[in-house]
Each structure stands twice: as structure tokens, then as C-alpha cells.
Design a binder for this molecule. Structure first.
Ligand code: HBI
Ligand code: FE
Length: 297
């Protein structure tokens, strides 16, 4: 049994997708009173490290969203308090889940402006290791951008589109949009490239890597290009796709994907490290990082 699962079992929580849900929507009580001082301390370590690092790396909207939330170093945030602030700003709520939930459950929550957040936190001995999204990734990484009206609409649209994509057998392609925006997106800001993706913003080392390393490619976001591109889940990204502006997500949310899916059923698919003649290359990566660390899979 891996350590993460051991932790969850110890705290009486369901072990992710492995166990049957108590409720049909897979939500659980956050159980805020049950967090131990050691667990609040893990949050504090991560929170302080990340809030010190992110100014100058994360986009202004991320930092602004963070500062408007009832969130501090001292304790793991209470989802009800977060939801109250979010609800007023963009109509979103945070609901607790025990770990990864089935795709259609995840999409149904998003389509109804409920963000499912893991209620457990990683152990102190594995600060940079995550098997399933925990409260630090979900709350620190995602919730600040849910304060942004455009991102709020975009993630809801992804939930609605996800249900359709699943029926059409196109979820792999649509999930790449979420991955390369909501999780690992960069955006241009007048001072330079900035992070808005939660997978980056909740990771100390990838926050630095995504902005400062010479290794990864940084390419202008293009919907069909992105939907043809695989991603890696086991390491830093080899490519980051960059929006000119967060408002570009608005048009993306309104896209009719039917003709896009049709076009995607023909033509090439790409590996993360590929660079195409048609790409808007903002930074051609050296590839040094991934060359030195051959694929783990
Ligand atoms: N469940 N809790 C949780 N968090 C996720 O990010 C998540 C999930 N289930 C499915 C899923 N993500 C993705 O595989 C979909 O976006 C395709
Ligand atoms: Fe996430």
C-alpha cells in the first residue's frame, strides 16, 4: 500500500476511486475539525513557500484571487468559508471529495459550478509528491482562478463539454484543453510570461521551471494544435502553451466543438516535445531537462 492511501485510511477517508461513495455525487464532509496540528503544519509549509515564490511568476489575477480568499498560512482553509466568498464573486462553491472521482461525476460538479476538492493533505515527508489531487493542489492551485469571471465560466463550460465529449468518444482530446490551460497554462503579461495553471502554481519546482528554465518549449496557444498534443502526467511538462490574454478563454468556452472533433479525427497527433513549422514559438526549448531524465513510463 502506498503512503498516500495509508494516510487516507488512517483518517477514515475513502481511498479515492477504489471505494464506493457515501453519496451518489461522491462528496464527503470536509471534516475540518479532524485535521491534526501536523496536517495544518504541512499546509503552512506549502503555503508559505508558494506565496513567497509566486509574485513575479504567477499572473496578477492569480495573486489577486488568492488575496481575496479567506485563506492563510495558519490552517487548512474551511470549504464553507471559501464557498461564501467564491459564491459572491463568481457563483462557485468548493465541495469535498475523497480523491479522484469518475469523469462524469467530476464534469457534473463543474457544470454546476461546484469545484470538487480533495479534503486530505499530503504527508510532511512527501511535500512535492502527489498521487491524487489534495487540498493544497485543489484549493491553493485552483480556487484563486475561480475568483476570475472568465475562468469561472470556462471551467463550467469544460464540465458541460466534458459530458458531451464523453458521449462522442472525444474525451482524450478535450481533456488536453483542460490540461494545457486550467492545469498547466501560461499567459502573457506585459512584464513577461506568467503562470495561471493550478498544476504549476501548486508546485514549487514547476513554478520555477515553467517560467525560468531554458528547457521546455513555450508556444502560443492554438486550440486544434493543443487538442492534437499528448501530455505527460509523471514529470514537468515539455511544452507550455501560452495565452495572449486570459479573456481568450471566453471564446474557447463558446467554441462549438462538433466541427473541431470532426477535423481531429483526421491528421496528425503530436508528442509533447514536438515543434511544428506552424507554431508561434515564444521560446524554443533546449530539451535538456527531459533528455537527462528519460521518460519514466
Ligand atoms: N477528480 N477530484 C478530481 N479532480 C480532478 O481533477 C479530476 C477528477 N476526475 C477526473 C478528472 N479530473 C479528469 O480526468 C477529467 O478532467 C478528464
Ligand atoms: Fe487540478
Amino acid at each position: 500500500m502506498d503512503v498516500n492511501v495509508a494516510e487516507k485510511v488512517k483518517h477514515g477517508l475513502a481511498a479515492g476511486t477504489a471505494s464506493a461513495p457515501q453519496r451518489p455525487d461522491w462528496t464527503v464532509d470536509q471534516g475540518w475539525e479532524n485535521y491534526t496540528p501536523a496536517q495544518h503544519a504541512v499546509w503552512k509549509t506549502l503555503y508559505e513557500r508558494q506565496t513567497k515564490l509566486l509574485p513575479g511568476l504567477a499572473c496578477d489575477d492569480f495573486v489577486a484571487g488568492m488575496n481575496r480568499l479567506p485563506m492563510s498560512a495558519e490552517r487548512i482553509p474551511n470549504f464553507e468559508a471559501l464557498s461564501e466568498t467564491l459564491m459572491k464573486a463568481t457563483g462557485w462553491q468548493v465541495v469535498a471529495v475523497p480523491g479522484l472521482v469518475p469523469d462524469e461525476v467530476f464534469f457534473d460538479h463543474l457544470a454546476n459550478r461546484r469545484f470538487p476538492s480533495g479534503n486530505f493533505i499530503r504527508g510532511a515527508h512527501e511535500l512535492d509528491y502527489l498521487e491524487e489531487p489534495d487540498v493544497f493542489h485543489d484549493v491553493f492551485g485552483h480556487v484563486p482562478m475561480l475568483m476570475h469571471p472568465v475562468m469561472a465560466d470556462f471551467i463550467q463550460a469544460y464540465g458541460q463539454g466534458g459530458l458531451r465529449a464523453q458521449q462522442l468518444g472525444k474525451l482524450t482530446e478535450l481533456a488536453r484543453v483542460y490540461w494545457y490551460t486550467v492545469e498547466f497554462g501560461l499567459v502573457r503579461q506585459k512584464e513577461g510570461l506568467r503562470i495561471y495553471g493550478a498544476g504549476i502554481a501548486s508546485s514549487y519546482s514547476e513554478s520555477v521551471f515553467s517560467i525560468q528554465s531554458d528547457s521546455p518549449n513555450r508556444i502560443g496557444f492554438d486550440l486544434e494544435r493543443v487538442m492534437r498534443t499528448n501530455y505527460r502526467i509523471d514529470d514537468f511538462q515539455e511544452v507550455y502553451f501560452v495565452l495572449d490574454h486570459l479573456d481568450d478563454l471566453l471564446a474557447l468556452a463558446q467554441t462549438d466543438f462538433a466541427p473541431v472533433y470532426e477535423r481531429l479525427s483526421h491528421g496528425p497527433h503530436y508528442q509533447p516535445g514536438d515543434v511544428l513549422p506552424t507554431d508561434t514559438v515564444l521560446h524554443k526549448g533546449t530539451g535538456s531537462y527531459h533528455r537527462a531524465r528519460p521518460h519514466k513510463g
